[in-house]
Design a protein around this ligand. Structure first.
Ligand SMILES: [Zn+2]
Length: 77
C-alpha cells in the first residue's frame, strides 16, 4: 500500500514524486492552464492539457453532428 502510483512518479528519473500543487497554485494558473508538473526530485515536466486529448475525438463527433443537424433546437434555460 506504500507504493507510489506510476502516475505520480517522475518520468525522467523515476524516483521523484509528483508535487501536490496547493489551492493557491490552482488559483493563479487554473487547473486548465496547468501544463507543468514539478516533482520532488526537482524535475519539471511539461504535460499537455488534458482537454486537448480528452476533446480530440469529441470535437469531431460534435462537428459531424452539427453538419447533420440542419435546424438545431434552441436552447432553453
Ligand atoms: Zn526526476
Amino acid at each position: 500500500m506504500a507504493a507510489v502510483k506510476d502516475d505520480l512518479r517522475c518520468p525522467v528519473c523515476g524516483e521523484g514524486i509528483l508535487q501536490e500543487l496547493g489551492p493557491e497554485a490552482d488559483a493563479v494558473q487554473g487547473p486548465e492552464t496547468r501544463q507543468r508538473q514539478t516533482y520532488s526530485c526537482g524535475h519539471d515536466v511539461a504535460e499537455p492539457p488534458l482537454e486537448a486529448t480528452a476533446t480530440d475525438g469529441g470535437l469531431e463527433v460534435e462537428r459531424r453532428a452539427t453538419e447533420d443537424t440542419v435546424d438545431p433546437p434552441p436552447e432553453t434555460s
